[in-house]
Design a protein around this ligand. Structure first.
Ligand SMILES: Nc1ncnc2c1ncn2[C@@H]1O[C@H](COP(=O)(O)OP(=O)(O)O)[C@@H](O)[C@H]1O
Ligand SMILES: [Mg+2]
Length: 377
């Protein structure tokens, strides 16, 4: 990157930071890194988490999400960089003295303790009065809809109930910041969806900051106010779910969030209104923004593609052969193969295809410039 661009970017970033200050930053990571021997688990990660937001750290397995969360919670010491919680540097503050509480991926419940005692464990450092502990634990259990579970043996609970006990234990101290590591990972699909809704409601009711980790992009988009996408320990992009989906800034984000067809190629013509990209023997009309000779990647979402008569007259139009058709309720998803052998998927309204089309047929496929996006390769 040229120096000029770098300077401009860092100036823009610091202006953004100042704007965020007014909205109260809860957790600030500044160039945080973590190495385990030769492995760089987290690589110069900088991120601001605002007061009361529901931020999700999204990334594939091994991308450094858990390590990041553990550093914020105080369970891991960074190899470099600084962590601030509510304006104070916390690098050497132990977990129980931070304003964070963590729900671990494996829940870490004590099998030899009752549900109630597990929850009270969260109060061991803060509340000496036994009666008060019991009362607070009862309240916390009620807040996760586990009234009457105080004396239950944790080994007799379902996965969803165990999940709630872990949540109650973290919430019992009324922490301003809740850290959740893949909290829905162990639940079956139905229960996961239900718990997604419940967690979102709980976030609204409690009004505290939620920082959650998941590798599931659908979950991240539907639950959070903002998503921070990480890959190989680095922050790729942080944005609202809508912006992340509509305006991915990197190839990784475009491919990881939602489904997209990516065409890597070179800009062969550029102008103010539109440019032309050459990718694997096909020319595409694309939005302007990259210069002639630059390598870039075209992103096309399945739902932006039109088929058959609806594809006629589109700025990009090709013939494609139908490889498969999937019924997705109100939508039909087509697997298509272009003349250059590239595969692409299109999702169309079941009613929009009037002509009969079946596997093996050739069909028109098209999209306009405004329906696609370029990202740097
Ligand atoms: N205690 C540890 N010792 C050595 N390597 C670790 C340790 N914890 C995590 N790692 C490594 O750091 C990388 C990131 O791990 P992690 O933060 O758990 O990723 P994620 O939660 O995104 O799956 C992985 O390569 C992992 O193997
Ligand atoms: Mg993890």
């Amino acid at each position: 990157m040229a120096d000029g661009i770098g300077d401009k970017k860092s100036k823009q970033q610091s202006e953004e930071l100042m704007g965020k200050e007014a909205r109260e930053v809860n957790v600030r990571l500044v160039d945080v890194s973590k190495r385990f021997g030769k492995i760089v688990a987290v690589d110069s990660l900088s991120l601001d988490i605002e007061n009361g937001e529901f931020l999700i750290l999204l990334g594939p397995s091994g991308s450094g999400k858990t390590t990041t969360l553990r550093m914020i919670g105080g369970f891991e010491v960074p190899s470099g960089g600084e962590i601030y919680i509510r304006g104070k540097i916390v690098t050497n503050v132990p977990p129980n003295r931070r304003e964070t509480r963590m729900v671990f991926q494996d829940l870490a419940l004590f099998p030899h303790m009752s549900v109630g005692k597990n929850v009270e464990y969260g109060l061991q450092f803060t509340e000496r009065d036994k009666k008060k502990r019991r009362l607070l634990a009862g309240n916390s259990l009620a807040s996760v809809s586990l009234d009457g579970f105080y004396n239950r043996n944790v080994n007799t609970l379902s996965g969803g109930e165990r999940q709630r006990v872990a949540l109650a234990r973290a919430l019992v101290t009324q922490p301003p910041i809740l850290l959740l590591d893949e909290p829905l990972g162990a639940l079956d699909e139905k229960l996961r969806e239900q718990t997604q809704v419940e967690l979102k409601m709980m976030h609204r009711e409690l009004g505290i900051t939620f920082l959650m980790v998941t590798h599931n992009q659908e979950e991240a988009l539907s639950m959070s106010t903002r998503v921070a996408v990480v890959n190989e320990g680095r922050l790729e992009q942080v944005a609202s779910p809508e912006v992340l989906y509509e305006n991915p800034e990197t190839v990784f984000v475009a491919g990881f969030v939602g489904t997209a067809k990516l065409f890597k190629g070179e800009i062969i013509e550029d102008s103010a209104e539109k440019s032309k990209l050459f990718s694997n023997r096909i020319e595409f009309f694309v939005p302007s923004g990259f210069r002639k000779g630059e390598e870039t990647t075209l992103v096309v979402r399945p739902e932006r593609i039109k088929l058959g008569a609806e594809a006629e007259g589109k700025e990009n139009m090709f013939e494609a052969k139908i490889q498969d058709i999937l019924y997705k309720g109100p939508a039909l998803e087509y697997g298509l193969i272009l003349n250059n052998g590239e595969k692409i998927r299109a999702r169309v309204d079941s009613k929009s295809i009037t002509e009969t089309s079946s596997i093996g047929d050739t069909i028109s496929i098209g999209w306009d410039i405004k329906d696609c996006k370029l990202v740097r390769s």
